[in-house]
Design a protein around this ligand. Sequence first.
Ligand SMILES: C[S@@+](CC[C@H](N)C(=O)[O-])C[C@H]1O[C@@H](n2cnc3c(N)ncnc32)[C@H](O)[C@@H]1O
Length: 284
Amino acid sequence: MTAVARGPSRTAVLTAAARALHREEPPPWVLDDPLAIGLAGDEGLALMQRMRTELSRESLLDFTRWVCTRGRYVEDLVEEEAARGIDQYAILGAGLDSFAYRHGNLLERLRVFEVDQHESQAWKRRRLAEIGVAAPPNLTFAPVDFETETLEDGLAAAGFDWSAPATFSWIGVTMYLTRGAIDATLSAIVKGAPRSSLVLTYNLPMSELSGLAAETSGAMRAIAAEMGEPFVSLFLPDEIEALLRSHGYSDIIHFSPEEALRRYFPDRSDVQLGGAQRIVVGRV
Ligand SMILES: C[S@@+](CC[C@H](N)C(=O)[O-])C[C@H]1O[C@@H](n2cnc3c(N)ncnc32)[C@H](O)[C@@H]1O
């Protein structure tokens, strides 16, 4: 077991600050998260200013647009799965994700479980109360530390039905975890119900990056390490696919930066996504 962040996660504030920064661009926004700025609070405002001054304009846009693109991809997937009757959604390493507070209609038929480290989750719940955002009835908080506890137990204790299919998202988290914690979590999900799906992000090793991807990734991993949340697990696309297949996942989909540009930024030749972090989906 390796010590990962034990206090409230500060990289969760960082990605909320990125979602808030995206709204400083002229619309349309790939993801519109009006709650991000309030959830991120004063620390978020300071991080927004830090990113504006320390990152090049290209890297700032790469990071903030990517954070919103991955969020949008997940939210689109959850809506598609809900339309197919999958009515449980577990957000692993939820941080300051505000999906549950922005999708009132969907939450009438979707049960959402936010999974995160105990202290991060307690801190988010205080923050939600401070900014006057009520948790919807169909949202349940499930504190789990992936390094020391199991997702099976944490979700079961929160009332999750492991015999029914679910959509799982695990966004911006695997790079902070040990390989043991990643294996344990992948194993828990694949033992769940058929028709479940998992969408996760993974980060490429620095040695594989060049140009904008290297610049953005170098800057962001330095900030994360300074926050006490260093990157510890990195994968190549073939490696993450092999890992998912070895656990029994199938129908693997790699969502490339090129496809993200085509889907979410059509007719925007000015937009660049470096691609240091990638999305992959696997089905149970
Ligand atoms: C960069 S934030 C991403 C938050 C959110 N998914 C997003 O995209 O904005 C990383 C998240 O991983 C969570 N995390 C890191 N290590 C963890 C662990 N051992 N157990 C549970 N959650 C963990 C942190 O608490 C934090 O919420």
